[in-house]
Design a binder for this molecule. Structure first.
Ligand SMILES: [Ca+2]
Ligand SMILES: [Ca+2]
Ligand SMILES: [Ca+2]
Length: 711
């Protein structure tokens, strides 16, 4: 028979345990179990010592349990975490070193010394690693497992000790699930060390994790995240929030969020005629630059030369770019695609000309097969800025192209065709990905299929000056799969792009580097997603729809994989199927990144949740009255805190409650030796002064004592 304990009041339990025991620990460490699942182990220590019952309760935190050891490899790994003096107690009378508690316990009434041992998780205890002559049931009451003991030596073998032995210095908490479905899936030493930032698409929290999948920081915010997310060098997170604009799709607000989740600045650009969306970047001058839709009516579209058969939505949402000075919240620069059109549909309307002669202009009647009737005709989804050339990279998803435009223009120049460093005003300086948009090349020259996240590779990185993109591969002929692409634009040292001959597409003819998975269809995200070149030459990819982040070495070997465990509401439990975990992008930042300085970057627990696995076999319940509980309260009367002491000879399911004189349960406490009551009820409100009763109730015992709250 097994009995499962409830995981109630885990937070209270952790708080009280930490308060009493002064528990400290290293960071949780992941390790691949022989069955392929990833377990985390967290070594904890206290200079004052703690008994097994206390350790066992403490290990419940975060869904963990006292570590169980089912293989030599697991034993070696766990021992490596505690092979340090802070976890070991030197017994003064014997000079033997007693190591930390583990999750092994012995049933009541088992044949001594070696029968009835089992793991608290009910895992099979096939692997055994007793120290010489152990277990020995010394003193007649040894029923709990720990590392040790040996003369002045820390040993990776086991001993039985009394579960009431308060001298043991620590324990190891383990987190696991039967399978690893979310969170960290793979890591090795070739991965570039850094911190990865992500938010669930539509979620109200951002997470920063290290390469071991441990939480470095979590931000909670009020707006739903619907676009690119960046940690800026000033330590603020730039977020795109959804204002629920019903005239457009989503977006509308760019916010800056501090480390504590406070909004320090926001800019709303959202009404019935325009709406910010997808992307907002921050320029070296401290300005914010964002993509936005603007409404063009059917009449306006026709006047500009739109093919009337391509207006089934009755309107168009061409994109524009705004640059905002956050000091004044004013728009200091704008660029509108609407100012750079060409059309050969209606000679009586504006923008009429020969499309193939004007690669610097955007064909108003180019429509994509993915969205032939959409008002959202271009669906821009990314920006990047190059401060050397003063140019903007613009991802025109439904043109299957990236465009480069000049930022060294005035807003007036940006609306025309002259001015700026390249003398072309706001016309396209360069475009790549689908030359059919300017009537050059054919379908064989199409490189992109609804790409996302295009950016220049920054100085000092492998491929600096090249452009990377996540090519989603939506409607790719033949088969749907995504690729990561790097290509080398034909630009000279002045920022001028080599112009191809008439009817020829812009170069290059092919990417410089491209990642296609094996098989190709195993890597596919029709939406969202990102690509980032890392300082060691690796490439970090966010496969957005599935929330999968993975890092490739230059030879495309996978060196790190993580599955976003967060849905739009909460992290999922490990072992459950991933889902509702789409992510726009997953930028990684160096440990010495300016935006991280001054913050506590100590790794915590993984983001995903773990189910508490605490089963303690009760071969036979102890007879009534045989358990000397020894329930006392000190001080009594008490002021701020009452410490509740009792002694259970071993871990058994028990309930500890505080009752009013009329028998009402006012507070449930963790049934931990040395529980603490702060004089508050279960909602956290202080109860009045007066008499209360504390009751400890177990399967075969019950004890009650009176206590007085004096303040
Ligand atoms: Ca284990
Ligand atoms: Ca025993
Ligand atoms: Ca022993």
């Amino acid at each position: 028979m097994t009995t499962r304990l409830s995981s109630m009041s885990v937070a209270t339990l952790i708080a009280s345990v930490a308060l009493l025991a002064g528990l400290a620990g290293a960071q949780p460490e992941p390790w691949v179990h022989p069955d392929g699942s990833i377990h985390y182990y967290h070594a904890m220590s206290t200079p004052t010592g703690l008994n097994w019952n206390f350790a066992w309760d403490s290990a419940l935190g975060h869904g963990g349990y006292l570590a169980t050891i089912t293989s030599q490899a697991e034993n070696d790994f766990i021992f490596s975490l505690v092979d340090s003096s802070i976890y070991w107690y030197l017994r003064p009378t014997t000079n033997r070193l007693a190591g930390p508690w583990l999750g092994g316990t012995q049933d009541f009434d088992s044949q001594e010394p070696d029968s009835g041992w089992h793991w608290v998780t009910d895992e099979t205890m096939n692997y055994l690693n007793w120290s010489p002559d152990q277990p020995d049931n010394q003193g007649g009451n040894e029923n709990a497992l720990h590392f040790g003991e040996s003369l002045l030596t820390r040993v990776p073998t086991w001993d039985d000790a009394s579960s009431l032995d308060d001298s043991i210095r620590g324990f190891v908490r383990e987190l696991s699930a039967d399978s690893t479905t979310v969170g960290l899936r793979y890591w090795d030493s070739l991965a570039w060390e850094g911190y990865t930032l992500f938010a669930n698409n539509g979620g109200r929290a951002f997470y920063l994790i290290d390469n071991k999948g441990r939480t470095i920081h979590r931000w909670r915010v009020t707006d739903k995240t619907v676009g690119a997310l960046y940690l800026l060098e000033n330590g603020l997170v730039s977020q795109i929030g959804n204002l629920g604009n019903t005239s457009f799709l989503n977006g509308g607000r760019v916010s800056l969020i501090d480390w504590d989740g406070n909004k320090t600045w926001s800019f709303d650009y959202s009404d019935s005629t325009r709406c910010q969306h997808h992307e907002a970047i921050w320029l070296p001058n401290g300005h914010m630059m964002a993509i936005a839709w603007e409404l063009k009516t059917r009449d306006e579209a026709i006047a500009a030369g739109r093919d009337t058969t391509k207006l089934t939505a009755g309107k168009l949402w061409p994109d524009h770019i705004i640059e905002v000075d956050p000091a004044t919240d004013s728009i200091v620069w704008k660029w509108h695609v609407w100012d750079h059109l060409i059309q050969d549909y209606d000679s009586t309307k504006a923008n009429y000309g020969v499309v193939g002669d004007h690669r610097e202009l955007v064909d108003l009647n180019f429509v994509d097969q993915a969205s032939p009737n959409a008002a959202d005709w271009i669906h821009a989804n990314a920006l990047d800025y190059d401060s050397v050339f003063g140019q903007i990279l613009f991802s025109a998803r439904d043109f299957n192209e990236v465009w480069v435009i000049d930022h060294s223009t005035t807003t007036e120049e940006a609306s025309g065709h002259t001015g700026g460093r390249q003398g072309m005003g706001g016309d396209l300086l360069y475009r790549w990905g689908n030359p059919q948009t300017y009537r050059a090349g054919d379908s064989a020259d199409q490189q992109f299929y609804h790409q996302h996240h295009t950016s220049w590779i920054g100085p000092g990185l492998s491929g600096a000056g090249n452009i990377t993109a996540f090519d989603n591969g939506l409607l790719r002929p033949g088969s749907s799969y995504s690729t990561a692409i790097e290509f080398t634009p034909p630009v000279d040292s002045t920022g001028h792009y080599e112009t191809p001959g008439p009817g020829e597409p812009y170069g290059p003819a092919a990417p410089t580097w491209q990642y296609i998975a094996t098989p190709p269809e195993s890597f596919y995200s029709p939406q969202l997603s990102s690509v980032q070149r890392l300082p060691n030459g690796n490439t970090l990819i966010c496969e957005g729809n599935s929330g999968r982040f993975f890092e490739l070495a230059p030879d495309t070997q996978t060196v790190w994989t993580y599955i976003n465990p967060v849905t739009d509401t909460l992290p999922k439990y490990q072992g459950t199927a991933p889902g509702q975990n789409a992510v726009h992008r997953s930028p990684r930042y160096a440990p010495d990144y300016a935006g991280l300085q001054g913050h506590d970057l100590t790794p915590g627990y993984p983001v995903e949740l773990y189910t508490t696995k605490q089963y303690v076999g009760l071969a036979q319940a102890p007879p009534a009255g045989s358990v000397p509980v020894g329930l006392t309260v000190s001080p009594n009367p008490f002021g701020r805190l009452a410490r509740i002491n009792f002694n259970l000879p071993r871990a058994v399911p028990a309930e500890l409650g505080i009752y009013s004189v009329d028998g009402r349960l006012v507070r449930t406490l963790p049934a931990t030796n040395g529980a603490v009551w702060n004089g508050a009820d279960d909602t956290g409100k202080p109860v009045g002064r007066g008499v209360y009763y504390c009751r400890l109730q177990g399967p075969a015992f019950s004890a009650t004592t009176k206590l007085v709250k004096a303040e």
